[in-house]
Design a protein around this ligand. Structure first.
Ligand code: F6P
Length: 377
């Protein structure tokens, strides 16, 4: 094993292989660290490396959107939020015609290794692309868009995913790239809220992001001593207004000068209907007459510099993704690089995507215990 590793990381040992990296879906802090690591590890191993700008749209449109990268293209980006190569939610790639154009653009540049950094939708798209690759190339050959030599030379497409999302909503990884930074951003905001709430003896309702996932809300609640939290995976009991008001009153009676309630953006009740910050405020005002304010943090959570954790996470996952691509054989399944107990590991991409989709299904079926269980640790 040690011998293998020594041989594998030899500089220039994968000379001339075409590899491209792109970011897709919502951006997140730490994506740049991952892009940087991919580019530098791939260059170190001898690959010809490309950025695909603006996500799948750039792959479909080609032209200047696919640009060769060098060592210095990724200098001074590790500390930046967002993604310097752009991201988009792309409709064209959902159609075979779009994927056909994308395949042609890759073949013309000799790219047969792809690193996709995005959420479960982006990773599912990548897997489908890989499954179709052979038939796409056949069609390109039949329509004379590529020649026989290109058809043969680029017949194997390897794909590796990394999950970039502040939501921490992907099954199989302990943390997605961006979650830790988002939590830092939320903590700063909530500490500020707490000081003003204390002065005026107010109740604050804070809405945090997480469309279908309560991780940010849950961790925020734990680390800010919140009095109540609403998350999508575990809706509150039907009599939550009474329970909430009792809890708030109890805290005030015990001498607390403020109350904090965290509402996940995707919070729902037991019938699957949204519980909004505005609804919670109404309950508090109507029943307790407390001076109550709402703060919706919004995209502030996704912006700004990445934390040290996300920078390191991006670096480690990026390097591992390149190694996984270089080791891939025609039999190797597309994988996702995940964090498991502080180790970067490779897991079958579609297995993780399926598990993640099963959580959404359990929520849609109102099987709350199952949803929580499927989220995993
Ligand atoms: O998935 C990440 C996320 O930030 C969610 O928490 C949020 O619901 C969504 O993206 C917002 O998407 P958009 O930036 O397209 O409004």
């Amino acid at each position: 094993m040690e011998e293998d590793q020594k041989r594998f990381i030899e500089r220039g040992s994968h000379k001339g292989k075409g590899l491209a990296v792109f970011t897709s879906g919502g951006d997140s802090q730490g994506m740049n660290a991952a892009v940087r690591a991919v580019v530098r590890m791939a260059i170190y191993l001898g690959c010809k490396v490309f950025f695909i700008k603006e996500g799948y749209q750039g792959m479909v449109d080609g032209g200047d959107n696919i640009e060769e990268a060098n060592w210095s293209s990724v200098s001074s980006i590790i500390h930046k939020g967002g993604t310097v190569i752009g991201s988009a939610r792309c409709m064209d790639f959902k159609e075979r015609a779009g994927r056909l154009k994308a395949a042609c653009n890759l073949v013309k540049r000799g790219i047969t290794n792809l690193v996709v950094i995005g959420g479960d939708g982006s990773l599912t798209g990548a897997n489908l692309f890989r499954q179709e690759w052979s038939s796409l190339l056949d069609e390109l050959l039949q329509t004379s868009q590529i020649n026989k030599t290109e058809r043969e030379k680029y017949k194997q497409l390897n794909i590796v995913g990394m999950v970039g999302s502040i939501d921490n909503d992907f099954c199989g990884t302990d943390m997605t790239i961006g979650t830790d930074s988002a939590l830092h951003r939320i903590m700063d905001a909530i500490d500020a809220i707490v000081s003003t709430a204390y002065s005026h003896q107010r109740t604050f309702i804070m809405e945090v992001m997480g469309r279908h996932c309560g991780y940010l809300a849950l961790v925020t609640a734990l680390t800010s001593e919140a009095d109540y939290v609403f998350i999508p995976e575990m809706p509150p009991p039907r009599d939550w207004p009474t329970k909430l008001c009792n809890k708030l009153e109890q805290e005030r009676t015990a001498g607390q000068r403020l109350n904090i309630i965290i509402v996940s953006e995707g919070a729902i009740d037991r019938d699957g209907k949204p519980i909004t910050a505005e609804m919670v405020k109404q309950v508090v005002v109507d029943n307790l007459k407390q001076d109550t304010r709402i703060t919706v943090l919004g995209h502030v959570q996704r912006g700004g510099a990445p934390s040290a954790f996300d920078r390191v996470l991006g670096c480690r996952m990026g390097a591992e993704a390149v190694m996984a691509l270089m080791e891939a054989t025609p039999e190797t399944e597309a994988c996702v690089v995940s964090l498991d107990g502080n180790q970067a590991v490779r897991l079958p991409l579609m297995e993780c995507v399926e598990k993640t989709k099963a959580v959404a299904k359990a929520m849609a079926d109102k099987e709350w215990e199952l949803a929580v269980q499927l989220r995993g640790r």
